[in-house]
Design a protein around this ligand. Structure first.
Ligand SMILES: Nc1ncnc2c1ncn2[C@@H]1O[C@H](COP(=O)(O)OP(=O)(O)O)[C@@H](O)[C@H]1O
Ligand SMILES: Cc1ncc(COP(=O)(O)O)c(C=O)c1O
Ligand SMILES: [Mg+2]
Length: 276
């Protein structure tokens, strides 16, 4: 039996909920064969859990990319890239891979952390990554940065931002309203380049959603590798992450990761898809 090969170019979240750990667990749950090209290692201060981001040498990143691409990759996801040079290397890797199944998760900040990774990264993402994106999956803050509109606060503002990000080259855009948007449901906006859809699920009251964004984007990536359409891929990803959040748990007193394997064990909460 052969499996679809999925590659994440992402950072390591040592705490295991986000980053390449989330991606690999999610790829596995979707029946794809996961590979990693590691960009940075994120560690946490045991007293207070503030994050520290340590980049790996770029030559080592390049060697990982060359190894993975030589196997023939069916879909690529990008996550935390941290510097403009790493973003450019990731863009070159995507171009070389020849796959159209490219999911750009434009990670600019970790949940609970105020510090943006590197403000110059936004322009590099626009130049090197968005033109390749079959789907990009910004949260509200990231959408505002990419679109240059400031953080959207309403569905109308999300639509305007999604339109701009599409004009920058991303074929489809999902802006994750998540918990931050003042709606009753956990609401994401999906723009396929022609039509807008709202993806809605029940909002989970807990704060145990560390890694939700990575898990969502990794699900989309695996689904594309498995041959789903973009719309099918994002709808299943919303189900997958909603289940993962519903079963989020406390790793310690500081962080609550999602349960990546929740959907297959407990089923998924209902997701509604509405064209708007
Ligand atoms: N408390 C929550 N309840 C239900 N869904 C949520 C909750 N928080 C986030 N989500 C969903 O999880 C996915 C990831 O969104 P979000 O957490 O905003 O991304 P990121 O981790 O990149 O900031 C989205 O589909 C969002 O709607
Ligand atoms: C390596 C890495 N990538 C990505 C993220 C972003 O995670 P989320 O899925 O919560 O947006 C984090 C957050 O801690 C991280 O450590
Ligand atoms: Mg994120």
């Amino acid at each position: 039996m052969t499996l679809k090969k999925t590659l994440t170019i992402a950072g390591s979240d040592t705490s295991g909920g986000a980053g390449m750990q989330a991606d690999l667990k999610t790829f596995q749950e979707h029946g794809t064969y996961g590979m990693v090209a590691l960009t940075v290692v994120v560690t946490m201060d045991p007293n207070g859990w503030s994050h520290s981001v340590t980049p790996l040498p770029t030559e080592l990143l390049q060697k990982q990319i060359d190894t993975a691409l030589s196997t023939g990759i069916d879909a690529i996801k990008t996550g935390m890239l941290s510097t403009e040079e790493i973003i450019r290397i990731a863009g070159d890797a995507i171009a070389k891979s020849g796959t159209a199944n490219v999911v750009i998760d434009p990670v600019m900040v970790c949940k609970g952390e105020d510090e943006v990774l590197n403000p110059g990264n936004t322009d590099a993402m626009i130049q090197y990554l968005l033109p390749f994106a079959a789907v990009t999956t910004p949260n509200l803050f990231e959408a505002g940065q990419l679109a240059g509109t400031g953080t959207p606060k309403t569905i109308e503002e999300m639509k305007a931002a999604a339109h701009k990000i599409h004009e920058l080259g991303a074929k489809a855009v999902v802006i994750k309203g998540g918990k931050a948007l003042a709606t009753e449901k956990a609401t994401d906006l999906f723009f396929d380049g022609e039509k807008f859809y709202l993806l809605e699920a029940d909002k989970v009251a807990s704060t145990y959603n560390h890694g939700a964004g990575c898990t969502f984007a990794a699900s989309v990536t695996a689904n594309l590798a498995n041959g789903l359409t973009v719309k099918e891929a994002v709808v299943e990803a919303k189900e997958f992450v909603s289940a993962a959040i519903a079963h989020g748990w406390a790793l310690n007193e500081y962080v609550g990761p999602v349960m990546h394997g929740a959907k297959s064990r407990f089923g998924a909460p209902a997701v509604t898809v509405t064209e708007i």
